[in-house]
Write a protein that binds this ligand. Structure first.
Ligand SMILES: [Zn+2]
Length: 69
């Protein structure tokens, strides 16, 4: 006699797209802002004067293959 019974697998709760959409947009904007600062800021374009942002993200820029110098 087997002592184990198979239970029905629990179903994950459904997440409506309306709840995800604002967070997806926010995440996409933050991602694009990060890509801008790593890839373009103080290289092709510059919002801030000096080279602080460039030096701060310099290794990431090379790692991701953005043109630098
Ligand atoms: Zn470089």
């Amino acid at each position: 006699m087997a002592l184990t019974r198979s239970l029905p697998a629990p179903m994950p709760p459904a997440i409506p797209v309306r709840e995800i959409l604002p967070w997806a947009i926010l995440g996409g904007l933050l991602l694009m802002l990060g890509i801008y600062f790593v890839g373009v800021e103080q290289g092709a374009l510059a919002i801030f004067n000096g080279m602080y942002v460039h030096e701060f993200v310099h290794d990431g820029r090379h790692l991701l293959g953005f043109p630098c110098h």
